[in-house]
Design a protein around this ligand. Sequence first.
Ligand SMILES: Cc1cc2nc3c(=O)[nH]c(=O)nc-3n(C[C@H](O)[C@H](O)[C@H](O)COP(=O)(O)O)c2cc1C
Length: 219
Amino acid sequence: MELLQGLQTRRSIRGFQPKPVPQELIRTVLSAAGRSASYTNTQPWEVAVVTGAKRDELSGVLYELARSNTPTNYDVLTPTSWPEALEQRSKIHGARRFEALGIGRGDTERRNELRLKNFQFFDAPCAMFMFMDSTLGPWSTLDMGIFLQGLTLSAHGAGLGCCLQASLAGYPDAIRDCLGIPNTKKLIVGMSMGYPDLDAPLNAYQSTRMELDEFVKWY
Ligand SMILES: Cc1cc2nc3c(=O)[nH]c(=O)nc-3n(C[C@H](O)[C@H](O)[C@H](O)COP(=O)(O)O)c2cc1C
């Protein structure tokens, strides 16, 4: 796939075929992402790949925490407010997603069902959790973001789909416990990955973008 075409066609995938992803393909995709740029080549990313019985176990733990509305405890600072323009985009994103799924404003039950799908990894056969050392700061978080863009694009290029999920990072202690990861590693974000099912209702919605001239000034 052409690189530019890949960038233009990548999208979050929230419905997957019930077909496992061969480990060799996961390795290919991760190793391409591992070529990402980073501050003085420090490569802070550490990835936990979770499939099979462990995937089911972890999904069960997270689902129960989310279902019972256990308070989240993110390792990374989460925003409590946004500048107005960003808040507006976020609201439009939420409203259009619910609209595409035919979920009404007051339908709290279906809205909650949709939220909980995150913790079932949207039925993807593979989940990933991205960690970095807890002593690291914003520059390394930037490196993590570059790595994640590489990962989503390499997955797309390999015929896979994925969804980055901040929601999966809300219960880092449970994830570390389940995977035997020390608390010297902080959880940045989670991700679901698999072969896309483009007919799945959750994939009906396609995000929009602001116009180029809204975010670029020429000097
Ligand atoms: C850091 C980050 C966290 C995200 N968390 C979630 C999430 O918890 N659940 C979800 O369904 N999508 C999540 N997304 C996906 C965004 O909603 C999506 O990228 C955005 O709406 C643009 O859509 P697109 O990726 O299809 O272009 C996240 C994306 C990023 C980059």
